[in-house]
Design a protein around this ligand. Structure first.
Ligand code: NAD
Ligand code: ZN
Length: 472
């Protein structure tokens, strides 16, 4: 099962804050929250202190039954496990097979402060509490697929996304399984980070491939060469190291080679870290248009190392900032003001949650198209030459904000988009082709007072006026 269909199980010591975190994660993923302790109390009709009074083993047996039931749920849930659940070997085994296990790691002092006044059976004596804390740590470490500190971390874990500065250096331990690995990269990135990746992958690395740089990677010719060069069995894993072009193309190779092999994007550009490598969409281009052939193929892991951005050329960084600003506007927070590591983590988490809620782009995932109807029209009018996607998105955001009745000052200040010189009629024709027209109105993503809305009907003349304002 791929990550997006798996349960998320929260583990951690009493007082770590699991209950609050579990509620927040369930809300953000729009999943059912199952609190194991509460279910134990309801099904046994006894409180936890009462069950412990009979004997801890009585409680652990009931707990194991409940965990088994919760993880048998056909729809993915967020499960909040009691602090001691992992002491039961069967529970650890269930977690291993049926959940992404997420450890909320909090220090002993904080945990003790939160529970010292409670009636929890195992929190009556501080020395005993601290002894237990030390005893349990190795068990949490053993079962944890991810260690988290907040809801963004947990959402990323649910999507299989590992965010850590320096992660490239320990890539070998972050690619799940023990099968052979084919590393796919582009020549620029391979020249800068390829050797670190190869060393980190160690003896599992079986082959190294290069795709052409940029959009050339997303062509049938490049894919054909890669398909023919790949030598993997069904368990073999493709690791895609590079920008969005590399991850889109290598991801599509992973979706199609042997009818699908596991893959792990390691995005190296800002565009790829906050956007392209999140959400499981893979694609190549055909002469009729960009991204017209592709597949949904969720990675088994995504590894994001913001340190890799330090070698990214400034124009490429600006490309990414347009998507960062878009994400911040959608999230209603100035995410663009954050330092790189936080910026990437928060933006990736926002997109990850959205894609987990709507993996096949039928509903709210559409909000990611904020500004993009205009952007695509400008790009098409320029025949994808002379305007970058980021520049077009920056302009598109201006139009979307104006139609939303919002101030454009921030976007102008951060992205400084200049109007482009393209043919107005061509841009207008492209925009109408992009969006099917419903009764003289176009459907766009706009920002409402209570958050983003998609499929909003906007009169033709308003859209045309805003499009014209973007053209020099
Ligand atoms: N699948 C999705 O959901 C999705 C979302 C957004 C964009 N995309 C796709 O992503 C592509 C654009 O991605 P991109 O902007 O990353 O382009 P890209 O992959 O071409 O990378 C941009 C350039 O930066 C270089 N580069 C990348 N990382 C570097 C680093 N760390 N140091 C130095 N140089 C580096 C690359 O070699 C390349 O020359 C488009 O094809 C777009 O369709 C896909
Ligand atoms: Zn975009």
């Amino acid at each position: 099962m791929t990550n997006q269909g798996k349960h998320v199980a929260l583990v951690g010591f009493m007082g770590a804050g699991k209950t609050t975190l579990a509620q927040e994660v369930a809300r953000r993923l729009n999943r059912m929250l199952m609190e194991v302790d509460r279910i134990v109390e309801t099904t046994t009709r006894q409180s936890i202190p009462e069950l412990f009074a009979v004997g801890e083993s009585t409680f652990r047996e009931a707990e194991e039954r409940v965990v088994r039931g919760v993880l048998a749920n056909p729809r993915p849930v967020v499960a909040d496990l009691g602090g001691g659940a992992v002491t039961t070997p069967h529970v650890r085994e269930l977690l291993y097979h049926h959940a992404i296990t997420v450890w909320l790691d909090e220090d002993a002092d904080t945990c003790w402060e939160r529970v010292r006044a409670s009636d929890r059976p195992l929190a009556q004596d501080e020395a005993e509490f601290r002894r237990l804390f030390e005893e349990r740590r190795p068990l949490y470490a053993q079962v944890a697929d991810f260690v988290v500190h907040d809801a963004d971390d947990a959402v990323l874990a649910a999507a299989g996304v590992h965010v850590e500065r320096g992660a490239l250096r320990r890539l070998g331990s972050l690619v799940p399984g023990d099968a052979k690995i084919a590393l796919v990269s582009d020549p620029n990135v391979a020249g800068i980070h390829g050797m670190d990746a190869q060393l980190a992958l160690g003896p599992r690395l079986a082959q190294v491939h290069e795709l052409p740089p940029g959009e050339e990677a997303k062509t049938l010719a490049a894919l054909d060469r890669l398909w023919q060069d790949l030598r993997l069995d069904r368990r073999g894993t493709i690791v895609a190291l590079g920008g969005g072009c590399t991850t889109d193309a290598a991801g599509f190779a992973a979706a199609t080679y042997l009818r699908g092999v596991p893959w792990v994007p390691v995005p190296t550009s800002l565009v790829a870290q906050v956007d392209a490598a999140i959400g499981g969409k893979t694609a190549i281009d055909i002469p009729q248009g960009k991204n017209l052939v592709g597949a949904f193929h969720w990675p088994v892991r995504t590894v994001i190392d913001a340190a890799l951005l330090e070698t990214l050329p400034e124009p490429q960084r600006r490309e990414g900032m347009a998507e960062v600003v878009k994400t911040g506007l959608l999230a209603g927070e100035p995410l663009w003001e954050l330092p790189d590591d936080e910026l990437v983590r928060r933006c990736a988490a926002f997109k990850a949650a959205l894609c987990l809620r709507d993996p096949h782009d039928n509903a709210e995932r559409k909000m990611l198209n904020l500004g993009h109807t205009f952007a695509h029209a400008l790009e098409a009018a320029a025949a994808y030459d002379g305007i970058t996607h980021g520049h077009a998105v920056a302009l598109g955001l201006l139009a979307a904000l104006r139609l939303s009745g919002r101030d454009v000052g921030q976007v102008e200040e951060i992205l400084r988009p200049k109007p482009v010189r393209v043919d107005r009629e061509r841009a207008w024709a492209a925009l109408q082709r992009d969006k099917k027209v419903v009764g003289g109105e176009l459907r766009l993503v706009l920002l409402g007072d209570d958050g983003p809305r998609w499929d909003v009907a906007v009169p033709h003349e308003d859209v045309r006026r805003e499009l014209d304002a973007l053209i020099a």
